[in-house]
Design a protein. Structure first.
Length: 196
């Protein structure tokens, strides 16, 4: 890479050449990180002066899309409607709460008459830092959906502190793991059996 050189003789251009040698952005970022950590260590231990810095910058990814189109939302909702996750997914889109907040939702956090949800700090991502309750207003559609969910659980004989509970009621549903939606990849073909 750099040959047999003293560290003090390595120039930023040489470091940049080594870092940019890979075509993969992730590999370039890792190489740059390794060089920066190594140089910082060498400076801390007085092996070189604090004058050498690689001239290249980290590769940044373009911003990711964070919203769904109306058609994508409809596809998701209809795909999950016939599962235990159907109402949870609808509630997620109606309230814009975090996935884990919806799946861990407890009946004691809800005031259905006022349409208010109060999430305790230990159950909310930022609440652990702020250490205060978080209140969220619920639209009428979300309150109606919760009433449907309660009726569904009672009809199944499930008594649970969780709004979106498993069939036993002992715990909340897990994250949306088993998707009823079609796979984006075609299934693998099975090799033809050889009869002999």
């Amino acid at each position: 890479m750099l040959g047999k050189k003293l560290l003090s003789e390595v120039t930023p251009k040489e470091i940049e050449r080594v870092v940019l040698a890979s075509e993969a952005p992730a590999a370039r970022n890792r190489a740059l990180c390794v060089f920066r950590c190594f140089l910082a260590w060498a400076i801390r231990n007085a092996l070189i002066e604090n004058t050498r810095r690689p001239g290249c910058r980290r590769n940044t990814r373009p911003p990711e899309r964070v919203s769904f189109s109306d058609d994508e939302i409809r596809t998701l909702i209809h795909g999950f409607d016939e599962t235990r996750y159907g109402r949870a997914l609808r509630f997620l889109f109606l309230t814009a709460l975090r996935r884990d907040e919806v799946l861990g939702l407890k009946w004691s956090w809800l005031d259905m008459e006022k349409g208010v949800l109060t999430i305790p700090p230990e159950s909310e991502k930022a609440g652990r830092i702020r250490d205060e309750l978080r209140r969220a207003g619920l639209p009428p559609q979300a309150v109606a959906l919760l009433a449907e969910q309660r009726s569904f659980l009672f009809a199944e004989g499930v008594r649970s502190e969780y709004v979106f509970a498993t069939s036993t009621g002992e715990r909340p549903l897990d994250s949306f793991q088993a998707s009823p939606l079609p796979s984006p990849r075609p299934p693998l073909e099975r090799p033809a059996s050889v009869e002999g």
